[in-house]
Design a protein around this ligand. Structure first.
Ligand code: PLP
Length: 394
């Protein structure tokens, strides 16, 4: 490997939400942080270089998007995802969650119904609720270690919903939806008049042998009835730059969203937002392939460790990204006790599964985008905590 993902980099003292936020969240600072979805690896070096180079000029005046911003996105989408778009289909958004919030405000009114499929990335329902929309929860089902859509239920639940917010691939289940599943979602939503927001932030971290399907590509109905949100922020580890974009192929949806965004200049990015995307997409292939390999190795390591040393804890093996939903239900603990086991006994900071909806009860979300030595340490701490608990219970 050309890049060293084994290096342990001190992140404390950088106002990192994941590292420095532990104390305010748990009231202690002796936990290994494995929660917030960013990586403990160096941001891709060509991104850092591009920012440093620009800083050397020492005049940080107003700037518009560099032409490489849109050009690199167009090239990336065709080369990596087989999606041929035109530059004028792109709108900048200052982060994906904000982009989703803008879409909620632009395409729905207070009281309108928005559907999400829990367990799911919590801002989908929090943003909807805080904007006084009515959230319809249509739970996924867990079968043979993977999450699936119950389409009978989906079809009933979607009736009357103005929007569906879809995590494609799925967080926290790591599911890469198949073309067939997405096609079915597209058919149902189009026929029921529900607009689909496809959040594809984890798409570039799809793990072989799985293949990501861009929602807009699965059918004409999908293309005409969707907003697809994307960003290099997860894949190249630059979420602190709040730089993402949305692709809208349908001209009338595009005009409506663009008008909404321009009214308040929400679509204006900052200097580094544009440069970082251009750098990531122009030079990113080799680095990305290597980080994916490393993540896959960490997932294998976790799976083997659990099987050999903590078989009472299972996991949903992610098909994309570095988040593992740990199935702790066999421990037979109430959620509060489960949290205590992880925090007080194992000294680990993970996301409580119920953050993603009540369907996450008995689960904890583990972020394995860290050096393998840190992951090994964390899993050993968990093993010790679980075996001590068993001794106490005997
Ligand atoms: C599905 C999904 N969407 C969006 C985000 C956050 O995106 P942003 O930081 O661009 O708002 C995350 C972060 O974990 C995520 O998992």
């Amino acid at each position: 490997m050309k890049y060293n993902f084994d290096e342990v980099i001190e992140r404390k003292g950088t106002d990192s939400v994941k590292w420095d936020g532990v104390e305010s969240r748990w009231g202690r600072n002796d936990l290994i942080p494995m929660w917030v979805a960013d990586m403990d690896f160096r941001t891709a070096p060509f991104v850092v270089e591009a920012l440093k180079k620009r800083l050397e000029h020492e005049v940080l005046g107003y700037t518009f998007a560099c032409k490489e911003w849109s050009e690199s996105i167009v090239k990336w989408l065709i080369n990596r995802h087989g999606w041929a778009i035109r530059e004028n289909m792109l709108t900048f958004t200052p982060g994906i969650v904000r982009g989703l919030a803008f879409a909620v405000q632009c395409f729905t009114e207070k009281g309108d119904k928005i559907m999400v499929m829990p367990p799911v990335y919590h801002p989908f329902f929090l943003v909807s609720e805080r904007n006084e929309r009515q959230v319809v929860f249509s739970p996924l089902v867990l079968k043979e270690g993977s999450l699936y859509i119950d389409f009978n239920r989906f079809e009933k639940d979607i009736a009357g919903c103005k929007l569906l917010i879809l995590s494609n691939p799925h967080n926290p289940g790591g599911r890469v939806w198949t073309k067939e599943e997405l096609h079915r979602i597209a058919e149902i939503c189009y026929d029921k008049g529900t607009l689909v927001i496809s959040d594809e932030i984890h798409a570039d971290l799809t793990l072989p042998p799985y293949h990501h399907s861009t929602f807009a590509l699965v059918s004409e109905k999908a293309r005409m009835n969707s907003l697809v949100f994307m960003s290099p922020s997860k894949a190249f580890n630059m979420p602190g730059l709040a730089s993402s974009y949305v692709v809208i192929e349908n001209e009338s949806l595009l005009n409506r969203f663009r008008t909404y965004m321009e009214a308040s200049e929400f679509n204006e990015g900052h200097l580094f937002a544009y440069l970082s995307v251009a750098a990531a997409y122009s030079h990113g292939t080799e680095w990305l392939d290597q980080v994916i390999d490393y993540i896959q190795g960490n997932i294998d390591f976790t799976e083997n460790f659990l099987k050999s040393n903590i078989p009472v804890i299972g996991m949903i093996r992610p098909q994309a990204s570095y988040l593992i939903f740990l199935d702790c239900r066999k421990l037979g603990l109430k959620q509060e006790e489960l949290n205590r086991l992880f925090v007080e006994d194992a000294h680990l900071a993970l996301n409580d599964g119920t953050t993603f909806g009540k369907e996450g009860e008995g689960f904890m979300r583990l972020n394995v985008a860290c050096p393998r030595s840190v992951l090994a340490q964390a899993l050993q701490q968990l093993e010790r905590a679980v075996s001590n608990r068993k001794i106490c219970m005997q």
